[in-house]
Design a protein around this ligand. Structure first.
Ligand SMILES: CC(=O)N[C@H](C=O)[C@@H](O)[C@H](O)[C@H](O)CO
Ligand SMILES: CC(=O)C(=O)O
Length: 305
C-alpha cells in the first residue's frame, strides 16, 4: 500500500491555462483569480504548468511564479499537482524542489522533450525528480507530443516505488489505460487524459481525470463524474456526447488554448493571450466563439452540479 493519501487526487482536476498580463508576462494576479474561480465552482484539483499551462513555453522563474500564485490562493483548499517536467533534468529538479517548498501536493512530469531518449534516460530523468523531494510523483504519459512510448515494463517498475502514485495517460487508447491500471495495481492512480473519452476512461479503470478543456466547462465533467458514480449510464453518455461536440468546435480554432482562454475572457477572466506559437482566435472568428461560449454556459446551467 502507498503511504500517501490517494483519495485527494480523485475526481476532476483542471489543467490550468497560462496566465499573462497585457505584455505577455506571467501574471500572478490573473492566476490567483482563475484558481479562485475553480475553487468556487468546487473543482477538486488543479494541474499547474502542464500542456494547457504552457509550462514548456515558460522559463523556470515564470513557472515558479505561476505555482506560487496558485498555492497562495487555493493551496489550502484544493489539491495542487505541479507539472515540473522540463527538457533538462536540471531544471526539472529545480522545479520539483520549488514545488515542495511552496507546498504542492504532488509533482508530475512528461519525459524530456525534443530528443529521442532511451527508456533508461527517461527513467533516470524522472528518478532525479522523485529523489529530490518527499512529494508523490505522477507520470505524465503523452506520447503524441513527446514521442516517448512508455512501456508497461517501465511503468510497472516505476509504480513499485511508494512515491510513484499514478500516471496521467493522454494516449487515446483505453486499452493501454486499462493495462497500465492493472500493471500499477489497486493503489496506483490512473488519470484519464483525453477529455473526449472521460467516461470511457472511468469505465475501464481511471480514478479521475486531468484535462485541458475542463477549464472552460468543469461543471460538465463534474456532471459526467456524478452520473457515473450514481450509475446513471445513459445520462453520463448524454453529457459526454454534449462535451464532445463542444470540444470538436473548440478544436476547430487555430489553437485550442487560444480559444479556451478567449472564452474565459468573455466571462471576465482575463488570462491574456496564449503564448506564441499558439495563435489567438482571429478577429473574424470571435463571434463564432461567442456563440460557443453561450452554448457552453447554457449546458452548465442545465447540468446544475
Ligand atoms: C493531447 C492533449 O493535449 N491532451 C490533453 C490532455 O491530456 C487533453 O486534455 C486535450 O486537450 C483534450 O482532450 C482536447 O483534445
Ligand atoms: C491536458 C493536461 O492535462 C495538461 O494540459 O497538462
Amino acid at each position: 500500500m502507498k503511504t500517501y493519501d490517494l483519495e485527494r487526487f480523485k475526481g476532476i482536476t483542471v489543467a490550468m491555462y497560462s496566465c499573462y498580463d497585457e505584455k505577455g508576462e506571467v501574471s500572478k494576479e490573473a492566476a490567483k483569480k482563475l484558481a479562485r474561480h475553480y475553487a468556487n465552482i468546487g473543482v477538486n484539483g488543479l494541474y499547474v504548468g502542464g500542456s494547457s499551462g504552457e509550462g514548456m513555453l515558460q522559463n523556470v522563474e515564470e513557472r515558479k511564479q505561476t505555482l506560487e500564485a496558485v498555492m497562495e490562493e487555493v493551496g489550502q483548499e484544493m489539491t495542487i499537482i505541479a507539472h515540473v517536467g522540463a527538457p533538462s533534468t536540471r531544471d526539472s529538479v529545480e522545479l520539483s524542489k520549488h514545488a515542495e517548498q511552496v507546498g504542492a501536493h504532488a509533482i508530475s512530469a512528461v519525459p524530456s522533450i525534443y530528443y529521442r531518449l532511451s527508456p533508461q534516460s527517461v527513467e533516470h530523468h524522472w528518478q532525479q525528480m522523485i529523489d529530490s523531494t518527499s512529494l508523490p510523483f505522477i507520470i505524465y504519459h503523452i506520447p503524441q507530443t513527446t514521442g516517448f512510448q512508455l512501456s508497461k515494463a517501465l511503468l510497472t517498475k516505476m509504480a513499485a516505488q511508494d512515491k510513484v502514485i499514478g500516471v496521467k495517460i493522454s494516449a487515446e487508447s483505453t486499452f493501454e489505460l486499462q493495462q497500465f491500471k492493472a500493471a500499477g495495481g489497486d493503489d496506483f492512480l490512473v488519470f484519464n487524459g483525453p477529455d473526449e473519452q472521460y467516461l470511457a476512461g472511468r469505465s475501464i479503470g481511471a480514478d479521475g481525470g486531468i484535462g485541458g478543456t475542463y477549464g472552460v466547462m468543469p461543471e460538465l465533467f463534474m456532471k459526467i463524474e456524478q452520473c457515473y458514480v450514481e450509475g446513471k449510464t445513459e445520462e453520463a453518455r448524454k453529457w459526454q456526447f454534449i462535451v464532445n461536440d463542444l470540444i470538436a468546435e473548440l478544436l476547430s480554432f487555430p489553437s485550442l488554448y487560444g480559444a479556451c482562454k478567449q472564452i474565459l475572457k468573455l466571462r471576465g477572466l482575463n488570462t491574456g493571450e496564449a503564448r506564441l506559437p499558439f495563435l489567438p482566435v482571429p478577429e473574424a472568428e470571435i463571434s463564432r466563439l461567442e456563440a460557443i461560449n453561450e452554448k457552453i454556459l447554457s449546458y452548465i446551467n442545465q447540468a446544475q452540479v
